[in-house]
Write a protein that binds this ligand. Structure first.
Ligand code: SF4
Length: 76
């Protein structure tokens, strides 16, 4: 789906985005902690239960609720 952020998108690669957070390159992105996903990141705009939602880091492209990138910040 072109509205979904691709892992091969240059912006996604720069931030180590993976649609499945458990597949994050943990050597390169050592701040990743198990359990962190877009759905519990403060930047995620998806509604609870949605598989994808907006993220200001990636403009018009939606990210996966189960995803992760290096800009992750835990929602308060
Ligand atoms: Fe997911 Fe947060 Fe990264 Fe956006 S900033 S892609 S919501 S982890």
């Amino acid at each position: 789906d072109p509205t979904h952020l691709s892992e091969s998108d240059p912006a996604a690669q720069a931030l180590g985005y993976r649609a499945d957070a458990t597949k994050v390159d943990k050597a390169k992105f050592a701040k990743y902690q198990p359990g962190e996903t877009c759905s519990n990141c403060q930047f995620y705009h998806g509604k609870a239960g949605d598989a994808f939602g907006g993220c200001p880091m990636f403009g018009a492209k939606d990210v996966a609720a189960s995803g992760w990138c290096n800009a992750y910040a835990k929602r308060a």
